[in-house]
Ligand binder design. Structure first.
Ligand SMILES: [Zn+2]
Length: 198
């Protein structure tokens, strides 16, 4: 036993790793009914995006509330929609989250949202790579897919990210994908693309 190990699920006497067997899946859905992941930019002006997506779908619970046991322990939450935020709200940075959440909960929907006046529209991918090289003497040119580094056109970036998700081994083939544009001043959310498996 190492420090903090008492707080690990795998160390709990009631825990059963078989909950995650795909043949008889129960997962963590008994504690939190997660079904949708929303990928959006961490720009504070775009922080209402998860709520806007929940309102758009109409059958989501967000933000939801904690479920407590008699001792006051947080044993669950009513939220169905989890948000992943990163620079630009890009799908590339969200792949690990999608794969992990699918293992724990089974993901049904992944939603990518790009927003107006995003910082990622202020430069071209080469500007970032060149400046990094110039100032930090470090080459990041091969670290990232360049189309995921900047947003030169919202329609292209939203469609690019939905395609990236669909083509990724980290996203199960049955997951429904959506791409939206969010206008930060009006709060208007517009669906740009959807990819629903047959
Ligand atoms: Zn942004």
């Amino acid at each position: 036993m190492s420090q903090y190990s008492e707080f690990e699920f795998r160390k709990q006497p009631w825990f059963d790793a078989a909950w995650f067997d795909r043949s008889n899946f129960q997962g963590f859905s008994r504690f939190i009914p997660m079904k949708t992941i929303v990928v959006h930019c961490f720009d504070p002006r775009a922080s209402e995006i998860p709520q806007a997506v929940a309102d758009y779908f109409g059958d989501e619970v967000y933000p939801g509330e904690n479920i407590l046991d008699e001792a006051g322990n947080r044993i669950g939450n009513t939220r169905t929609l989890f948000a992943v935020s990163n620079a630009g709200g890009r799908a590339l940075s969200a792949l690990q989250s999608v794969a992990t959440m699918d293992y724990l909960f089974k993901v049904q929907n992944v939603v990518v949202v790009h927003h107006s006046f995003c910082g990622a529209t202020a430069f071209e991918p080469e500007d970032l790579v060149d400046e990094f090289h110039h100032h930090h003497h470090a080459d990041i040119s091969t670290l990232f897919d360049h189309d995921s580094l900047a947003i030169s056109n919202f329609e292209d970036s939203i469609k690019h990210d939905v395609r990236l998700l669909r083509d990724s081994a980290a996203v199960p083939a049955n997951v429904k994908l959506y791409g939206f544009f969010y206008e930060i001043n009006s709060g208007k959310l517009t669906e740009v693309v959807r990819d629903i498996p047959a």
